[in-house]
Design a binder for this molecule. Structure first.
Ligand code: PEP
Ligand code: MN
Length: 264
């Protein structure tokens, strides 16, 4: 891949904090929920608010997201707090709607990265965009599939490109929901040293008590940021309830992880 050196420059050029903190609920649930969480995150180290509005559920019958109406809620959260906003896109229609709503960060989920057809469709829809695009690893521990998705997006002339490590599924029972398999992220980093690498401890952990240690490991491995699922009432979240933390817990965690910048 050409121009690999350019890849991390965008991170600095956009004035993003390093390490970057992305936080917000697994799913947008109601307008009040999105706006309330945004206001709570405004006073933390969070620069970008995440919320899924199209939710790729492994099995049917679970909450599948509020859909396009959630874009309006995110826009309001951005207007009121100044946070950048992020959501998952899984097809061309999602991309078109997210771009129209001026979403700052679009991420490709683990269940989409496994499909070269879907990744190519998204890459074509995003051709030349100056939005930030983050690619989660595929659900299965397959480095070439992850690299291939990065290459498709890079070939579509997407400059502000990064990756998210969210762990890998395994049939074995482990303490993690998705095994970190750190070596795969390290190998990706070696392949593309200038591609910003964000850690998603929430989907690796599956439970909130593991999140701090996973973040510490990621920072020790020079990750460029974290994306943490955050909700004011985690136990009653409509998806991924066990792994979400409150904005107050996130705030303390960034102090203990020494992410917080000293203000002089
Ligand atoms: C999410 O971020 O809520 C999500 C569905 O993640 P993943 O694609 O990593 O499973
Ligand atoms: Mn989730």
């Amino acid at each position: 891949m050409e121009n690999r050196k350019e890849m991390k420059n965008w991170f600095n050029n956009l004035g993003l904090n390093h390490p970057l903190v992305i936080a917000g609920p697994c799913s947008a649930e109601t307008e009040d929920q999105v706006v309330k969480i945004a206001h709570q995150l405004k006073d933390t180290d969070t620069s970008i608010m995440r919320a899924g509005i199209w939710k790729p559920r492994t099995r049917p019958g679970n909450f599948e997201g509020v859909g396009a109406i959630g874009l309006k809620w995110l826009q309001r959260a951005k207007e009121e707090t100044g946070l950048k906003i992020a959501t998952e896109v899984a097809n061309k229609n999602h991309v078109d709607l997210a771009l129209k709503a001026d979403v700052d960060v679009l991420w490709i989920g683990a269940r989409s990265t496994v499909s070269p057809f879907i990744v190519q469709e998204i890459a074509d829809a995003l051709q030349g965009t100056d939005k930030i695009v983050l690619v989660k690893n595929p659900v299965n521990p397959d480095l070439p599939l992850w690299l291939g998705a990065v290459e498709r997006l890079h070939d579509a002339n997407i400059k502000n490109l990064g990756v998210i490590h969210r762990g890998f599924s395994t049939y074995e029972k482990t303490k993690y929901r998705n095994n970190p398999e750190w070596q795969i992220a390290i190998d990706l980093q070696n392949e593309f040293p200038d591609l910003p690498l964000i850690l998603d401890p929430s989907h690796i952990a599956g439970r909130r008590d593991l999140i701090f240690d996973i973040c510490q490991t990621g920072l020790d491995l020079n990750f460029d940021g974290i994306m943490v699922e955050t909700h004011y009432d985690p136990d009653n979240a409509w998806s991924d309830a066990k792994q979400q933390i409150t904005p107050a817990v996130l705030d303390k965690m960034t102090i203990d992880l020494k992410i917080r910048k000293e203000t002089t």
